[in-house]
Design a protein around this ligand. Structure first.
Ligand SMILES: Nc1nc2c(ncn2[C@@H]2O[C@H](COP(=O)(O)OP(=O)(O)OP(=O)(O)O)[C@@H](O)[C@H]2O)c(=O)[nH]1
Ligand SMILES: [Mg+2]
Length: 298
């Protein structure tokens, strides 16, 4: 990586749309309580993360118009260079602000295309919890057709809320695309793929960063792990305090599934899910084996 600048995830969007809430929940382990009050970001904040040998910067840009207009204006080259992912956050509950958001979105996309033509965009229709469940799909559809661009640039659309697992899922998706560039990540990913192929009773394997981001996911049911994994991570410190020692793992059974969680390094959680047709003991042995393989690679 030497010589090349660290790639950026750039959070932009109007004020109070939820950028800093998302950033501090998924990257800084903050709780919902911590982000209840709105504190406007002045200019921008910059932090660096390193997940599985891939370093990236997170820019959280203040959304007040006085700031955004400078970001897409005089500071554009600095802000929009070396960007891997632009995350454009739209507050879906604030209908009045949508056209202003689109106005700056267009400017931002032009700047992105100019300074980081290979970047992709995630447009988050955020605070989806504030819409009636019946309305959500249609609102997202309408917004999608509004937040388009004539530039040749990939735009993904997601409905998100800090009150469910959607923010972790979508940011995990982003981190997955960023880390696949590192050799270590490739090796781990191949090892998990191979393991899932050879052990069909495991229907999903996932590896989570300490913040609860799914950085590897393999198998049909891997996405089901996210909620239990985050609950587990939330309580891990306390559990660990009461039950010290190595090889600490827990299981969770639902009517249909069996989840196994195992911390392989302090900062990494390995989790697996199996349908309940397989005996638990068997699944535990398999997971031990996988923990050994992955532990050596990481
Ligand atoms: N209902 C709901 N409220 C949210 C959600 N996400 C954030 N909020 C609230 O909306 C407000 C947004 O605050 P921030 O995250 O600081 O907004 P921001 O986009 O960083 O704002 P600027 O820094 O001014 O650009 C806070 O009061 C949050 O509690 C969500 O998913 N649902
Ligand atoms: Mg902010």
């Amino acid at each position: 990586m030497s010589g090349t600048a660290v790639s950026k995830i750039l959070f932009m969007g109007l004020g109070a749309s939820g950028k800093s809430s998302i950033r501090s929940i998924v990257f800084e382990g903050k709780s919902l309580d911590d982000v209840k009050d709105y504190n406007a970001t002045i200019n921008y904040t910059r932090s660096t993360r390193n997940i599985i040998d891939s370093a990236f910067q997170i820019f959280d840009c203040g959304g007040q118009e006085s700031f955004i207009s400078v970001f897409v204006g005089d500071q554009a080259e600095f802000i929009f260079s070396n960007v891997s992912i632009l995350v454009w956050v739209v507050d879906v509950s604030n209908f009045d602000a949508v056209s202003t958001s689109k106005f700056y979105f267009d400017h931002a996309v032009n700047r992105l295309y100019q300074y980081s033509p290979d970047a992709v965009i995630y447009t988050l229709f955020h605070k989806i919890d504030l819409l009636l469940p019946d309305m959500r799909e249609q609102v997202i559809e309408t917004m999608e057709s509004f937040f388009t661009s004539d530039k040749d640039i990939q735009i993904y659309y997601r409905g998100t809320s800090i009150y469910d697992q959607s923010t972790f899922a979508v940011v995990g998706e982003m981190v997955q695309t960023l880390i696949t560039k590192s050799i270590k990540a490739k090796t781990v990913s191949e090892a998990i793929q191979e393991f899932v192929k050879q052990n069909v009773e495991l229907s999903g394997i996932a590896i989570y960063s300490e913040d609860g981001l799914p950085v590897f996911e393999e198998g049909d049911l891997a996405k089901k792990i996210i909620l239990p994994a985050n609950l587990w991570l939330t309580n891990y410190e306390r559990l660990r305090g009461d039950f010290p020692g190595n090889n600490f793992k827990t299981t969770l059974e639902t009517n249909e599934f069996m989840f196994v969680f195992q911390q392989i390094k302090t900062e990494i959680l390995l989790a697996g899910v199996a349908r309940k047709v397989s005996p638990l003991q068997y699944v535990l042995v398999k997971m031990d084996k996988l923990a050994e393989i992955v532990g050596e690679l990481l």
